[in-house]
Design a protein around this ligand. Structure first.
Ligand SMILES: [Zn+2]
Length: 77
């Protein structure tokens, strides 16, 4: 049985996903994703974007490793 929109009562077989910034009190901003009803556009849910979270984690890890290797190289000279 498909879900039902809480606003327009349409049966929901798909949603509209869009990027949204998630601003955490205290300063940090995450890449979020919003899910909206395709019939009336009411916001159904917001979550941290898992694809961006993965990409940001990999990018941050690579940058940290590169910085560490650079500092080791600088110590040798
Ligand atoms: Zn709706």
């Amino acid at each position: 049985m498909p879900a039902q929109c809480p606003k327009c009562n349409s049966q929901i077989h798909s949603v509209i996903a869009d990027h949204v910034d998630v601003n955490v009190v205290g300063g940090k901003t995450w890449h979020g994703i919003s899910y909206a009803c395709p019939s009336c556009s009411v916001l159904l849910s917001v979550a941290i974007d898992p694809i961006s979270l993965k990409a940001d984690t990999v990018e941050g890890t690579v940058a940290a490793v590169a910085q560490h290797l650079h500092s080791l190289e600088a110590r040798r000279q």
